[in-house]
Design a protein. Sequence first.
Length: 245
Amino acid sequence: MATLANKIILIFGGSSGIGFGVAEASLKSDAATVIIVSSNEERVQGAVKKLKDGKFGSGEVKGLSVDVKDEAALKKLLTDVGAVDHIVWSAGDGLPLGFPNMELDFMKSTFDVRFWGAVIVAQNAKFRVGGSFILTTGTVIVKPGKTWSMAAAIMGAVDSFTRGLALDLAPIRVNSVCPGFIKTELWKDFAPDQLEKLFADTAEKLPVKHVAGPDEVAEAYMFLMKCAYITGQKIQVDGGHTLAA
Ligand SMILES: NC(=O)c1ccc[n+]([C@@H]2O[C@H](COP(=O)([O-])OP(=O)(O)OC[C@H]3O[C@@H](n4cnc5c(N)ncnc54)[C@H](OP(=O)(O)O)[C@@H]3O)[C@@H](O)[C@H]2O)c1
């Protein structure tokens, strides 16, 4: 089996959820250095401690804080970090639900983190030979829920951007992971009982009969880092969500 020995992995959105799961999986795959990035210094340092305390591997763990909406700060971070092997993009702010009752300025701003942040990284990151960039979309692009039109639009843009980038950044490989429901901090704004019901109802409908944690979707990112023969593709990890009623 391939490992990530000697590899430097940079994870935007690595302080929680899917990004944190990818950080943990990278260390378990022998990555030499894992750098997690998010906007909140305290949460970054908390996640760094959890990764170090977890003793998931012998790799070095670093944390950096930047608000990816701040173009200058994001470019500076990329310059400071220098060349890396793999970049994972799973930064995401609050879910933009509620269409059509939204103001135009707000709707435009909902692209800032998930889409425009990724664009700045694509233009400014430095990759070592054999490197890759892995973006994150979601099954909303094929199966949107009611009032989820803006979420579908953002993730659809990221999905298309991935295929374009695979040509524009070649020989750097560019792929995306398209998760279904995953138990992460993304859902923190839902009331606990509402969330419990959402996950229970979802598990019942899914062919796999459970809602995954970040560890299960992290496997897809590991594959995309390690397989040198895949680019411009999306891996959908959704427990059968898009097949289920
Ligand atoms: N969980 C799911 O069910 C699911 C399903 C499909 C797709 N997705 C997508 O997968 C991606 C990751 O989701 P997740 O579930 O892992 O969410 P999460 O646990 O909330 O993680 C989001 C990460 O992004 C960071 N972030 C947010 N705003 C940022 C900013 N302005 N600058 C830098 N970092 C920022 C957060 O840290 P700070 O807030 O501290 O900055 C956090 O580390 C999102 O795009 C989400 O829409 C998730």
